[in-house]
Design a protein around this ligand. Sequence first.
Ligand SMILES: *[C@@H]1O[C@H](CO)[C@@H](O)[C@H](O)[C@H]1NC(C)=O
Ligand SMILES: *[C@@H]1O[C@H](CO)[C@@H](O)[C@H](O)[C@H]1NC(C)=O
Ligand SMILES: *[C@@H]1O[C@H](CO)[C@@H](O)[C@H](O)[C@H]1NC(C)=O
Ligand SMILES: *[C@@H]1O[C@H](CO)[C@@H](O)[C@H](O)[C@H]1NC(C)=O
Ligand SMILES: *[C@@H]1O[C@H](CO)[C@@H](O)[C@H](O)[C@H]1NC(C)=O
Ligand SMILES: *[C@@H]1O[C@H](CO)[C@@H](O)[C@H](O)[C@H]1NC(C)=O
Ligand SMILES: *[C@@H]1O[C@H](CO)[C@@H](O)[C@H](O)[C@H]1NC(C)=O
Ligand SMILES: *[C@@H]1O[C@H](CO)[C@@H](O)[C@H](O)[C@H]1NC(C)=O
Ligand SMILES: *[C@@H]1O[C@H](CO)[C@@H](O)[C@H](O)[C@H]1NC(C)=O
Ligand SMILES: *[C@@H]1O[C@H](CO)[C@@H](O)[C@H](O)[C@H]1NC(C)=O
Ligand SMILES: *[C@@H]1O[C@H](CO)[C@@H](O)[C@H](O)[C@H]1NC(C)=O
Length: 396
Amino acid sequence: MEKPSQDTLLPLPLLLLLSLASITADTNINTDRSSLLALKSHITPNPQNILMKNWTSEANVCTWVGVTCDSLYNRVTRLNISSMGLVGTIPPEIGNLSFLISLDISDNSFHGPIPSSIFDISPLQVLLYGEIPLSLGQCSKLEYLSLYGNNFGGHVPTQIGNISLLQFLSFGDNKFSGNIPKEIGNLTMLQTLDLGANNFSGNIPNEIGYLTNLLGLSMRVNEFSGPIPGTLYSMTSLLYFDFTLNNLTGSLSRDIRNMTSLRRLGLEENSLTGKIPKEIGDLPDFERLSMCCNNITGLVPRELGNLTNMIGIYLGNNALSGTIPIELGRLVNLWELQLKENFLITGSIPKEIGNMTSLSYLLLYNNELSGSRYLIPDINFPVSMHDTCFTAYTDN
Ligand SMILES: *[C@@H]1O[C@H](CO)[C@@H](O)[C@H](O)[C@H]1NC(C)=O
Ligand SMILES: *[C@@H]1O[C@H](CO)[C@@H](O)[C@H](O)[C@H]1NC(C)=O
Ligand SMILES: *[C@@H]1O[C@H](CO)[C@@H](O)[C@H](O)[C@H]1NC(C)=O
Ligand SMILES: *[C@@H]1O[C@H](CO)[C@@H](O)[C@H](O)[C@H]1NC(C)=O
Ligand SMILES: *[C@@H]1O[C@H](CO)[C@@H](O)[C@H](O)[C@H]1NC(C)=O
Ligand SMILES: *[C@@H]1O[C@H](CO)[C@@H](O)[C@H](O)[C@H]1NC(C)=O
Ligand SMILES: *[C@@H]1O[C@H](CO)[C@@H](O)[C@H](O)[C@H]1NC(C)=O
Ligand SMILES: *[C@@H]1O[C@H](CO)[C@@H](O)[C@H](O)[C@H]1NC(C)=O
Ligand SMILES: *[C@@H]1O[C@H](CO)[C@@H](O)[C@H](O)[C@H]1NC(C)=O
Ligand SMILES: *[C@@H]1O[C@H](CO)[C@@H](O)[C@H](O)[C@H]1NC(C)=O
Ligand SMILES: *[C@@H]1O[C@H](CO)[C@@H](O)[C@H](O)[C@H]1NC(C)=O
């Protein structure tokens, strides 16, 4: 699978200005059928593949696997061929599916350019000056777009902001690069935004904070740099965000207390400094704090002990100091407590740790803890934990 370079990507789209009338008058379900057959012909033949056997010209296109039609207009409205093990390219005929509102080709091995004709889709479109490879702006009606797990590349064009009805957008696990345009902030209906596992760089745009309906945000495994945008903290609907493995700097703000729905945050393997804000303890549903492998200083906040839903605390490989707060003993649902390799955490392992009846992993090694090298006898872990996956280190 070769990465498409700018040159092999499609030429600038021809600026057709199609009206609703011209689309509907000239196309019908047979157009949809030939579009999908064209797609099939661009998929590497594999007789084992369900799509190869199922998409036959004899059968009604609306009964084909992955295809959903609208009963009123008898046109294809949804195409979902995710996870079918398909290898191939997307032909320009895809643009003839003029009633399509949902396209899910994720988790296959499609590669090469995304044809500009894809933007002909949508009855209400107005074609615009597409900037390749993704002049998505014409799909103004699209609600769900997943290109997850393919080999698409190039930049995200500013016209992304036109697809204002999008609720789900995934470019995850591709080879996209460049900055995220600030127009992303126009997609205010978005509930899920997945840009993870690409090669995006630059700052995370402030406009992210305008996505007030967002529930999940992943930007993990990219090359984002600069601070966590301040507007993030105003996102009161967000359940989780994941910026793991980037190059973010600065610190986590106390304004995190405003993110009242937040359950999980992932900031592992960045270049963050500063303290862990104790205000995290004010978030009623918070359950997973992942900030290992940064350069965070200060104490482990006692307030974490207020968060009875906590299942994981991952704070290893930082520069934390002080003692292990006894309040953590209240975290009866905590599954893993990781404070390893801070080198500055002192004192003994509090016996209250023995109250954490769900604890399966306790990683404390490479700190300045006193006490025995292995299990501390007065810690009362459930016996089964000793036998199976329990690991405790106090290796100094
Ligand atoms: C194609 O798959 C669909 C959904 O699984 C099934 O209902 C239909 O009968 C299949 N058609 C053919 C021709 O195999
Ligand atoms: C497509 O199908 C997969 C597997 O059946 C499903 O998980 C996914 O949500 C579907 N996509 C859409 C847009 O409905
Ligand atoms: C379908 O799309 C192709 C390529 O984009 C185009 O040449 C053809 O005229 C279209 N067919 C119909 C029936 O619209
Ligand atoms: C798409 O956005 C561009 C600017 O980003 C604007 O000029 C154009 O009119 C928009 N098109 C639609 C269909 O909204
Ligand atoms: C996108 O949002 C900007 C403000 O951030 C606004 O000026 C622009 O008109 C919006 N574009 C569209 C296509 O909605
Ligand atoms: C990511 O982009 C940078 C340039 O910004 C480039 O040097 C690097 O090779 C790219 N990495 C991958 C894995 O494509
Ligand atoms: C967080 O809430 C405080 C108090 O309500 C407010 O002053 C501050 O501006 C908020 N911060 C953000 C980033 O929304
Ligand atoms: C992270 O950013 C710092 C400072 O901006 C830079 O020196 C460093 O090379 C970057 N690291 C990576 C892995 O990009
Ligand atoms: C962490 O910060 C300290 C003090 O600012 C600095 O000396 C040290 O090199 C940093 N460590 C890493 C791994 O960035
Ligand atoms: C949270 O924890 C702190 C310190 O452990 C404590 O003083 C405070 O009362 C707690 N707040 C709530 C709401 O439980
Ligand atoms: C731990 O449990 C004991 C009794 O089982 C209780 O007295 C103590 O307050 C608990 N400590 C914490 C920090 O929950």
